[in-house]
Ligand binder design. Structure first.
Ligand code: GLA
Length: 738
């Protein structure tokens, strides 16, 4: 709900459990009075209590021309600008028609309406949609105008009442007579009145994405940003702030995210007056935008949420919000197929016979979707060649893609395919025909990543080619699933089509990418798309708007996945995380973990198998059959249940999901290190109905005889040599109960 109190000049934005209060100060500065637990009655008294009382002067601070007791350097502002004495980190910088970067955006009015931001589907960017039938959404647009030029800066707020989320974006309307240049434009700014917070960020690199880090905020600015051209595996745009002093310590907390897949920037500043300034938006580094007269610039949408029940509840809010307002309606609540992916089973080394053998074995254990990964097209037998040539290698597939797909469907499985549509190999037919389509800076050294170059998605003819060829493959080969990969970071940001506006490349690339998604993903609504970028290099809300799941990480080691999946779950629902059981020794870490452990971790997500299932022993096959049956039984809870986690005293990790009706819960205990004679672990179930009675059962699990080595001879009537023939034979057919 959004209420405006004319007398108090206050907007009160309310969700189920939170209040957000905006006040128009003095000559029209837009001030934030409050964001936190819901205030039921906003009246003269409560507003008066929230208003900051200015004392005497501020030493050498710059003060407001109309009020010498007020310095904007200390006011909690909704969106600050340059040249008024606010010396904190500013959300916007515009080079005005006169050349100055000073601005004075003063509130001149507002509109409110039911539903999401009216211009949403003309921005060319993904956004938080209305869900299936959420009637309780409202939008507020506060119109501010620059006092000199009349240029409009609209502050847009959309209130998702049921989900406890408020989204923000900013629109600049250049109503002046000349072009202006935007050097920086954040989607949101929030000033909070005190500084005692810890900041949660999700950082990493390839194969160790979204490791949670918690840091105490101190004076100064802490920046969480990416410059790789994508949201990146370096720093995810999701952050949380948790109060860590005073009565509300460890309860009061905020979450922020950005619906954007390119370079992002989140900054949190502890100012000299001990206030906190938070902002989120497109990274101003590698960004500039010339805004012609009579045109608009709309920022990506930022999302915010508050909870007074701690960060775990905030994560659950994010899960619900993403599952209802980011994931496309057609995928909401849908069970995802258990898949087999041939990548780690075969890499590039496959032919039709090998793939069909894999498919048959996968079908036998209950797998529902066969995904053919990299290497099916052009001359692609290494990662040096053929990106862009999306024509099936019929020699490898024993015929056309459509024929191969039919063979898989005849086995009773769906068929899925890997693409990397944004890329081009220098060794390719496409490059021979269109060398200028590759992203390069003329007369400069070109830097490659994984031997490949970006296609210049800022150009329409390039996008048209990609749309046609990918759609053609999808349609002709009856493809049910696409893994959309992107395997390098951006360098050499330059387009032959952009002239002197090269500073716009990174953002225009992302707009080009979203155009591809509109024309490929939205055109094939029945196809399940899974995002991927060398694993989880582009795990963000922009991708999730189009693709309901993302390959979480190239690291499939169960122990590593504990940190990666738990870090990801802080901001994203389990339904969005692709999680696979792979072979041991693990291909990334060379660690051995049991088949059961690998499944126990992977089942907390969209489950797949990525190993040569033809090589499973009879005993292992039985285990996998049981695992898949178990997953199918509880799939909905794994994908959409409320997720809880806890670290026990000995470092063991507990993960738990609870169905929304609280009837079913699945809990996993992951023991990081084996210990002898240790204390009992006390496991506390969370999120259950306190008045209900629950029956608890263990999932029966098995353990390989091999794991006991020579020790097994203590109980066997005949001697079994470790790694000997007998052990190997027993191991093939028999497993011990774990
Ligand atoms: C990336 C992906 C992998 C696999 C390979 C294929 O690394 O993350 O899952 O698809 O590309 O080249």
């Amino acid at each position: 709900m959004i209420e405006y109190n004319e007398k108090l000049r206050c907007y009160h934005l309310q969700t189920k459990s939170t209040s957000y209060i905006i006040h128009i100060l003095g000559k029209g500065y837009v001030e934030n009075l409050y964001y936190g637990k819901k205030i039921n009655s906003v009246n003269d008294e409560s507003i008066n209590a929230l208003l900051e009382k200015n004392g005497t002067g501020y030493g050498n601070s710059v003060v407001c021309p109309e009020d010498a007791t007020c310095t904007l350097d200390s006011v909690s502002l909704e969106y600050s600008f340059e040249g008024t004495g606010d010396y904190r980190n500013l959300p916007i910088q515009i080079v005005m028609p006169g050349g100055e970067t000073s601005a004075e955006f003063i509130s001149t009015g507002y509109t409110t309406y039911k539903g999401i931001f009216k211009q949403c589907n003309t921005t060319g960017m993904p956004y938080a949609h209305a869900g299936i039938n959420d009637e309780a959404i409202e939008t507020l647009e506060i119109i501010t105008k620059d006092t000199k030029t009349g240029i409009i800066c609209k502050l847009v707020y959309t209130v998702y009442e049921k989900c406890d989320v408020i989204t923000r974006r900013v629109v600049i309307d250049n109503v002046s007579n000349s072009a202006i240049k935007i050097n920086k434009i954040m989607s949101m700014q929030l000033d909070l009145p005190d500084k005692h917070y810890r900041m949660y960020t999700y950082d990493g690199m390839w194969a160790r994405e979204r490791m949670q880090h918690i840091k105490q905020l101190e004076s100064g600015i802490f920046v969480n940003a990416s410059t790789t051209g994508s949201s990146s595996n370096r720093h995810n745009p999701y952050i949380m702030l948790e109060k860590n002093k005073g009565r509300e310590a460890f309860k009061s907390c905020y979450a922020f995210n950005l619906i954007y897949s390119g370079n992002h920037y989140e900054a949190v500043e502890v100012s000299g007056y001990d206030k906190l300034r938070i902002m989120s938006g497109i990274n101003p580094d590698k960004f500039e935008w010339t805004l012609d007269k009579e045109t608009e610039f709309v920022t990506p949408e930022a999302i915010m949420s508050y909870s007074n029940e701690g960060v775990e509840m905030l994560s659950q809010t994010m899960h619900r919000f993403i599952n209802t307002h980011i994931i496309a309606n057609r995928w909401q609540g849908k069970e995802r197929p258990v898949l087999i992916n041939n990548w780690e089973a075969t890499y590039f080394d496959f032919n039709e016979a090998r793939l069909m053998k894999l498919a048959r074995a996968a079908k036998e254990v209950g797998i529902e979707l066969f995904v053919l990964d990299d290497g099916w097209f052009g001359d692609r037998n290494t990662d040096k060649t053929s990106l862009g040539d999306w024509n099936a290698n019929e020699r490898k597939l024993g015929g056309s893609l459509a024929t191969f797909s039919r063979k898989i469907e005849e086995l009773g499985m769906k068929f899925g395919l890997w693409f990397e549509p944004e890329m081009i190999s220098e060794e390719s037919e496409l490059y021979k025909a269109h060398p200028d389509w590759a992203v390069k800076v003329p007369q400069r050294t070109t830097y490659t990543g994984r031997n490949q170059l970006f296609l210049d998605l800022t150009r329409t003819e390039v996008r048209d080619y990609v749309v046609d060829i990918v759609n053609k493959n999808i349609k002709e080969a009856h493809i049910s699933y696409v893994k959309w990969d992107m395997n390098r970071h951006l360098t050499d940001a330059y387009s032959l089509g952009l002239g002197s506006r090269q500073g716009e490349f990174s953002h225009r690339y992302i707009l080009g990418l979203y155009d591809l998604f509109e024309r490929i993903v939205e055109e094939n609504p029945e196809v399940l798309f899974e995002g991927c970028s060398s694993g989880g290099n582009r795990f963000d809300l922009g991708i999730l708007y189009y693709m309901p799941q993302i390959w979480t990480s190239d690291d499939t080691d169960a122990n590593e996945r504990i940190d990666i999946q738990q870090g990801t779950a802080a901001g994203y629902p389990l339904s969005t995380m692709g999680a696979h059981v792979s072979a041991v020794p693990n291909h990334q870490t060379l660690r051995n973990t049991s088949l059961e452990t690998r499944f126990n971790v992977a089942c907390f997500g969209a489950l797949g198998y990525e190993l040569d299932v033809t090589r499973l022993t009879k005993a292992e096959k039985k285990i996998v059959i049981n695992q898949i049956e178990f997953y199918k039984e509880y799939r909905k809870v794994f994908l959409y249940g409320d997720f809880y986690y806890e670290e026990l005293d000995d470092g063991s990790i507990v993960w738990q999901v609870v169905s929304s009706d609280k009837n079913v819960s699945v809990l996993m205990l992951y023991q990081r290190l084996a210990r002898v004679n240790s204390a009992h672990a006390v496991i506390r179930f969370a999120g259950l109905d306190k008045d209900a009675e629950y029956e608890i059962t263990n999932r029966p699990q098995s353990i390989s005889v091999k794991q006991f080595g020579e020790l097994v001879n203590q109980v066997t009537p005949v001697h079994i040599t470790e790694a000997g023939v007998l052990q190997s034979i027993i191991n093939k057919v028999y497993m011990l109960d774990s």
